[in-house]
Design a protein around this ligand. Sequence first.
Ligand code: AMP
Ligand code: MG
Length: 349
Amino acid sequence: MRTQIYKIENTTEDLAKIREAADIIQSGGLVAFPTETVYGLGADALQPEASKRIYAAKGRPSDNPLIVHISKFEDLIYIAREVPKEAEQLAKAFWPGPLTMIVNKNEKVPYETTGGMDTVAVRMPSHPVALELIRQSGCLIAAPSANTSGRPSPTLAEHVAEDMSGRIPMILDGGEVGIGIESTIIDLTEEIPMILRPGYITEEMLAEVIGQVKMDPGIVASDSTQKPKAPGMKYRHYAPKASLILVDGEQKAVMDKINALTDEMQFQGKKVGIIGTDETIASYHGEIVLSMGAREDEDGIARHLYRILREFDEAEVDVIYSESFATPRIGQAIMNRLLKAAGHQVLVV
Ligand code: AMP
Ligand code: MG
């Protein structure tokens, strides 16, 4: 299959291209498109055969449910068994935006879309291309991240092409995404709403709107003994070819430790990769030293994370040492992704 890649500069001027993509979705096919979090791989959420194609293209385990993307609140009412009052409050505060809500599903949503679950994950994205594609298709669009299973989520159309060329008919290229890590997921079917995946919308922001919120113990556990409630969170999303080790502590101590470990590895003839920041990269001795950006720029760190992980995939290093990024606001979301990539290997100095 040839994959058509359309650059979208402006949803009005490029409407004909989005219309073409919408036709593919309507007829049960797949289109990759930009959202504000990461690129998504979309199909009609209410056609079982269309959802199945997503799993096939990604090589995704069939028990890992998809997020349904909508363009208006009425679409949530249309597929939910009931709409909790928190859903209305959260939608008012954060939709369109990087928040996914889990509600009980009704019979319109096929089990192929929900991985066999009686609940459904729903999000209204804010990216203009995503919204226009949903509107033009007249469908609700199921869309996981547009990477092959096990690779970092795509933050550029080029990443999607690396993974999906030849497997899907179309990619809409909207440039680099704004946020760079996947949406926050909150489960509203629990007595007390529970965060199943941390993201750009933080626990504090959610609590401000709906009061009490708790965090799934399975995602804050320092090891993998507790099973997370979101099926996808149990998978080691990205297992780099090289082993990735996080070094945590005061900046100077972290730098000294990483350099000492690097010298040791290089002495053994190993190729070392290092993840640092603009402030620190000049002081490292690794073969490949990449910066997540300025340490105070949390948004930048989140946006660069997956691109950097992909770069190390190309570079064929033997080991990667990374600084820790438990930054004040979205640090929990960033560290959740990094810890998973590192298989929870952390050195505290
Ligand atoms: P992705 O879109 O690839 O970032 O993955 C979607 C995430 O949402 C996965 O971690 C899923 O396990 C999670 N998810 C989707 N639907 C549900 C659901 N009904 N209940 C719990 N988690 C869900
Ligand atoms: Mg994903």
